[in-house]
Write a protein that binds this ligand. Sequence first.
Ligand code: IPD
Ligand code: CA
Ligand code: CA
Length: 262
Amino acid sequence: MIRDYLNAAVEIAREAGELQLDGLNKAKKIEYKGNRFNIVTQVDKACEKLIVNFLKDKFPSHDILAEEGTDIKKDSEWLWIVDPLDGTVNYAHGYPLFSVSIGLLHKSKPVVGVVYEPNRNEMFVAEHGGGAMLNDKPIRVTQNKTIEGSMISTGFAYNVNETRLNNINHFNDFIKKCHAIRRDGVASVDMCYIACGRYDGFWELFLKPWDIAAGAVIIKEAGGQLSLFDGKPLDIFGDEIVASNGLIHEEMLEILGCHHEK
Ligand code: IPD
Ligand code: CA
Ligand code: CA
């Protein structure tokens, strides 16, 4: 059954990815959601409509939560969590890295993850207990044991001007200790890049469940580790995430602990 859910998510993620590619070099209609950093385009909305209609049709008894306003509650054990276009700021600027991210929770536990990055035609998938794959080939996290030798990534939330917890202090700490930091602007892809061994770690504040639900399953199934900044188990509805290959996790927590102002 879970495999059917995974296949359905793959099918519709690919379709939404095509929609994204179609719209990439066309004029974007930009609207603001709260502040000048937080934007949405007509393509985010079109992708959400496409994915939600598909899921509603196929799984009418399931709950669905998606970034651009969908919140269908049927009291189901199954909850789809959808980011119809992760990396909207990249997309709006024509920067070719963005994704479709579809996660499925069963009784609150993430069990299916699908992240499709259409520019490189990369489909990352995982189901609980079944391993993680990139374009049908199994993937694993790196064996890197030190921060010193690690390439890690992070991002900055849209409330960067509104809180002291703006992640700049952590960025400052990490950049002096690791091999390299990247800031790609697509949390779901950051997470998949840990799963397939391109990054060793990732942390961020104030992500939303649709940014991380799919990636969490994919990292776990690829042998990685996920937690809050204090090492407690990841809460995909929570305010912080640390993800890694497992081997550098403690070192990342120590660095994040230097500025834990909560
Ligand atoms: C954003 C991206 C970005 C992260 C932001 C997210 P969106 O999602 O994942 O990498 O730094 O915090 O909000 O708005 O492009 O779907
Ligand atoms: Ca997102
Ligand atoms: Ca989004």
